[in-house]
Write a protein that binds this ligand. Structure first.
Ligand code: UD1
Length: 362
């Protein structure tokens, strides 16, 4: 069986590595990987291939630094050519990036079956490019894996009911399996003179936070204030860095600004932190898997179960409380071991279902 996997952005490398291992071990799947090039810096891309031992992509498209439409269009063109040549029985796409959408569009126009992993997530905010990407991808997909019942209900509300499975979250597999074995090898704490619980980790990259200067300044002002109370480690996304520099937005000297980090350093930083501050979907869940409270720097989240269970809370310009006060409140709360988003064996479940699906189709 030949499958094509499309990846392009940081979290997709992590997610795809889980299934790639199953494919490799099965002896019956020839997996061809296309890397669109959406994320291309060494510390945003190749470091993940090295540390997670992911097979080198057969195709690297080098498509980045463009408007959303142009990026998606270029990817569509190139992926179509590859699919016509490779003739796979299935294409696998992850999440909600422009690479996800381009892969799904290219396959759908050639009648190639599409598997979407992380299906049914919704923020109900159509201004987010990710919301458009995930909706269209779900509607084009033939086999859909959702992390939780809520996502299945979102799909049902849009009329998508066929071949929808609750698999749990594939990032939980990565977090539990990889982190367990490798987290202690990370030297990031000593590198930045950090100790258990004496810092918070913060990431910001969402377009709605970075491209609206008022929002970005509001968040940075709140971080500056919080940094008087606790160290903040800020692995900074290239988009965010560029905008902060171009607009002379001042970060407190108590904020430790560092380059993007590899997966194990990220897991180490989360696990030893006091609390996680982020607008990333991945970090919200990883905070929970590693037993940390999270403050999500957005007006909404797709991972609402974490909010409902009290492990995550939103902070944004409409909050009635400062980040510092919210941090003080949330620090008092614990994350209990609650069984959400699967048991860390999502990859096997997805693998088995993909194989059955393809065998039935052939
Ligand atoms: C993308 C996804 C988002 C996902 C995130 C994971 C879309 C619409 N967004 O957002 O859903 O959560 O990835 O990280 O697909 N850049 C560099 N070096 C790099 C990578 C990017 O300088 O290695 C620059 C790009 O040129 C661009 C900016 O960073 O100017 C943003 O990158 P982009 O690919 O547009 O999206 P992300 O914000 O990373």
């Amino acid at each position: 069986m030949k499958f094509v996997t499309v990846v392009g952005a940081r979290p997709q490398f992590i997610k795809a590595s889980i299934l790639s291992n199953f494919f490799k071990d099965s002896g019956i799947v020839d997996e061809i990987t296309i890397h669109t090039g959406q994320h291309y810096d060494d510390n945003m891309s190749s470091v993940f291939f090295e540390t997670l031992n992911i097979p080198k992509p057969k195709y690297f498209l080098g498509i980045s630094n463009m408007s959303h439409g142009q990026m998606t269009g270029q990817m569509l063109l190139e992926i179509e050519k590859i699919l016509m040549f490779e003739k796979p029985s299935l294409i696998i796409v992850y999440g909600d990036t422009n690479s996800t959408l381009a892969g799904a569009l290219a396959a759908s126009k050639l009648g190639i079956k599409i598997c979407h992993i992380e299906a049914g997530l919704r923020s109900f905010n159509n201004l987010m490019p990710e919301e458009i990407n995930r909706k269209i991808t779900d509607h084009l997909s033939d086999l859909l894996f959702s992390h939780y019942l809520g996502s299945v209900n979102n799909l049902k509300n849009e009329g998508i009911t066929k071949n929808v499975f609750i698999s749990g979250d594939i990032m939980k597999d990565a977090c539990l399996h990889y982190a367990k074995d490798n987290i202690n090898r990370s030297e990031i704490l000593s590198k930045y003179k950090l100790e258990q619980n004496n810092y918070v980790i913060c990431t910001i990259h969402r377009q709605e936070n970075t491209d609206d200067l008022n929002t970005l300044k509001f968040l940075i002002n709140n971080l500056n204030e919080l940094s008087k109370e606790i160290k903040i480690v800020f692995p900074i996304h290239p988009r965010t860095k560029k905008i902060i520099r171009e607009n002379n937005i001042l970060l407190s000297s108590k904020i430790i600004e560092i380059d993007p980090i590899d997966y194990f350093d990220a897991m180490r930083l989360i696990k030893s932190s006091k609390i996680v501050l982020t607008d990333s979907g991945g970090l919200q869940k990883e905070a929970f898997y590693l037993g940390k409270q999270c403050i999500t720097l957005r007006t909404e989240t797709e991972w609402i179960e974490l909010v409902e269970h009290g492990y995550n809370i939103l902070f944004n310009r409409y909050s009635q409380i400062s980040l510092l006060d919210l941090y003080r409140e949330r620090c008092k709360l614990e994350v209990l071991d609650f069984d959400l988003y699967g048991d860390g064996n999502c990859g096997k479940m997805i693998f088995d279902n993909i194989i059955h699906f393809v065998q039935d189709e052939e």
